[in-house]
Design a protein around this ligand. Structure first.
Ligand code: HEC
Length: 194
């Protein structure tokens, strides 16, 4: 409602203005914005439970990848497996599975080999591609002298194991394609290049 008494004193070119209250809808949407900004700030900036920008993109990619892995049924492309082999979380998880699944019994606690071959040199009996390492673990080799793990471990556990072994191998110094300690090399020279 226009209140004639509410007319303010000042004038510009003969134009004057009323000193009315702001409409309630305007005030409340303003208050609402401030409250929302506080929640937004906490969620996205201060405690970081929400992701924005490149972080949000990375998170979306991660989720898409996890879905692809979950639906893979143990079959992933070499490219994707190689990418997984650089994932710190998977490498760490694989290390724990190596102990739990008794790999150490035949390959040694540090994977330098025992009954089974040395997994840290540049020599591989069945190739050093991630796919080959995954298949060795999943399906076993040489009439189960390397025992198949496919019925004991989930595909994700096997990917993690392979990531751990690839990382360990990459980070082991070699002289003439051999490690300075551990079992003598077996198989062809096929260094991990990914
Ligand atoms: C009973 C002993 C034994 C156990 C337990 C065992 N392995 Fe093996 N592993 C072998 C033998 C023996 C070979 C070589 C097979 C061959 O001659 O082809 C092998 C081969 C492999 C290879 C292929 C190596 C290459 O040079 O291509 C990988 C990878 C491997 N094992 C990983 C694992 C992992 C991971 C585990 C734990 C889940 C494990 N092994 C448990 C005995 C074992």
């Amino acid at each position: 409602m226009v209140d004639e008494n509410n007319l303010r004193d000042h004038a510009f070119d003969g134009i004057q203005e009323y000193d009315n209250n702001l409409p309630a809808w305007w005030v409340w949407s303003f208050v609402g914005c401030i409250i929302w900004a506080v929640f937004y700030g906490f969620h996205y900036h201060w405690i970081g439970t929400g992701k924005i920008g490149l972080d949000a993109l990375a998170e979306e990619n991660r989720i898409a990848r996890e879905i692809q892995i979950a639906m893979s049924g143990g079959e992933l492309s070499e490219e994707m497996l190689q990418e997984l082999s650089h994932d710190a979380g998977r490498i760490e998880a694989g290390k724990a599975i190596y102990v739990k699944a008794n790999c150490a019994m035949c390959h040694g606690a540090d994977a330098y080999g025992n009954v089974g071959p040395n997994l840290r040199d540049n020599h591989w009996l069945h190739g050093s591609d991630m796919t080959m390492i995954v298949v060795s673990i999943r399906d076993g080799r040489n009439n189960n002298q390397m025992p198949a793990q496919g019925h004991l471990l989930a595909p994700n556990d096997i990917y993690n194991l392979a990531a751990y072994l690839a990382d360990l191998n990459r980070n082991t110094p070699k002289v003439d394609n051999k490690t300075s300690s551990g079992k003598v090399p077996e198989g062809d020279i096929t260094p991990i290049t990914y």
